[in-house]
Design a protein around this ligand. Structure first.
Ligand code: 2BA
Length: 109
């Protein structure tokens, strides 16, 4: 068995969960926050038999897309009379960041 941890953008999460559930794949949705942008994202946890791993990855691929986000740098210390123009920096956030882990044991009590 494999555990798929997929970090996806909030906008894609609902469609992704719907598509997984309607394919008969169990999924848990956790609210999370990206360390770099400090913006909300969603972590999906899915435990599946290895034979369905490709299907899970395909569903995620079909429902998540890349977007550009903007990060406004925080102002540095400036001397009196100096000015800081905080130009936003463009960052590409991927469709999904996916980790696939081997599951040692799986129990439903
Ligand atoms: P964030 O950490 O908020 O990162 C958002 C996007 O900012 C990243 O998109 C990447 O394009 C950029 N970025 C991240 N760290 C950077 C840095 N130190 N310098 C410059 N640019 C940086 P993605 O790579 O698609 O990642 C989307 C989200 O997936 C991340 O949100 C984070 O929550 C998660 N993630 C990505 N890689 C991870 C990893 N190795 N371990 C754990 N979580 C990860």
């Amino acid at each position: 068995m494999k555990l798929v941890c997929a970090i996806v953008q909030g906008e894609d999460a609902a469609a992704c969960v719907r598509a997984l559930s309607s394919s008969g794949i169990s999924v848990t949705r956790l609210q999370s926050t990206g360390g770099f942008l400090q913006q909300g994202n969603v972590t999906l946890l899915t435990g599946v038999d290895e034979s369905r791993l490709d299907q899970v990855l395909q569903v995620i691929r079909e429902n998540c897309r890349e977007r550009n986000r903007y990060l406004t740098p925080s102002p540095p210390m400036v001397e009196a009379g100096e000015m800081f123009m905080p130009y936003p920096v463009e960052v590409q956030v991927g469709g999904a960041t996916i980790f696939v882990l081997n599951v040692e044991t799986f129990q439903r009590l």
